[in-house]
Design a protein around this ligand. Structure first.
Ligand code: C5P
Length: 273
């Protein structure tokens, strides 16, 4: 690594998340349509002894301890590196976070170590960095053709949620799988029609643990979203809007009415990081 390298760690969005079973070891089987957004954390790696420096609006939610996923990723890859992480996304919020950051470190180091899923179930899909149907625990990846552009609004109630607690609070673990996606969605309307027939099975248990999630979803619907759903194990919710201008208008209104919430508008990331 002769030169410092900078990598975006795009926010991951679970447009759908079906929980279809549970293994004897307690891990859950998932069926999820995952996409990446044009906003995210920013990772840089430079030559030097292994270290981590944190900055950005959500840096205070993290520590640069050895168990930080950026440091664990570099150790798994067998690299020394001076890493900086600009934390632009809320921590523990269902949009990739640590897994996205770990994947960005591996990309910056040009490393694809075996067993990257030990860092987090979402690390393999974050390494893929493109629209993907994700199954198993997160290791079975079927890339999808490029999707029509979506106008996404993210709304987070300003508190983190523990992923294991949300899975524990799930009442039914053998839910139907995701319907078969079209081989190529001709336009956003067809994609949104498909998404309406899908679910996030973690939404109900997450709302029981954190009722503000229901308020986020209601605020998104009130702004005329075509679809409102939670991502991952929460608490970040997303709305899909007919245009970037409508998503931006909804962002302004929801942020203005809810000063403690984190609200952002974005499109999908370019096809590949
Ligand atoms: O791998 P990750 O850090 O995302 O997982 C956090 C926790 O979420 C796991 O320890 C497990 O309790 C739960 N989980 C699960 N099934 C999955 C992924 C995560 O039960 N497929």
């Amino acid at each position: 690594m002769p030169q410092p390298r900078r990598e975006l760690a795009p926010a991951k969005l679970n447009l759908t998340l079906h929980v279809t079973g549970r293994r004897p070891d307690g891990y859950h089987l998932l069926d999820s349509l995952v996409v990446f957004l044009a906003l995210g954390d920013v990772v840089t790696v430079a030559p030097g002894p292994l270290s981590l420096e944190l900055s950005g609006p959500f840096a205070k939610g993290l520590t640069a301890e050895p168990d930080n996923l950026c440091l664990r990723a570099a150790r798994l890859a067998g690299h020394e590196a001076r890493i900086t992480l600009e934390k632009n996304l809320p921590v523990a919020s269902g949009i990739g976070g640590g897994s996205a950051d770990a994947a960005a470190v591996l990309r910056a180091l040009d490393a694809r170590p075996e067993g990257s899923e030990v860092l987090g179930a979402d690390v393999p899909v974050c390494l893929a960095g493109r629209p993907t149907r994700m199954r198993g625990l997160g290791e079975i990846l079927d890339p999808l053709p490029p999707l029509p552009q979506l106008h996404v609004l993210l709304v987070n109630p300003g508190r983190g949620l523990s992923t294991p607690q949300v899975f524990q609070a799930l009442q039914r673990r053998d839910n139907p799988p995701m319907p078969e996606p079209m081989p190529g969605f001709p336009d956003a309307a067809a994609l949104i029609d498909f998404l309406r027939r899908c679910r996030n099975d973690l939404e109900a248990p997450a709302i029981r643990l954190m009722p503000e999630i229901a308020a986020c979803l209601a605020a998104i619907r009130d702004q005329g979203a075509q679809l409102a759903r939670m991502s991952g194990s929460g608490a970040t919710c997303f709305g899909l809007f007919a245009s970037a201008a409508q998503a931006e208008a909804a962002r302004t209104r929801i942020a203005g009415a809810n000063p403690g919430w984190w609200v952002a508008a974005s499109g999908l990331a370019p096809a590949n990081p």
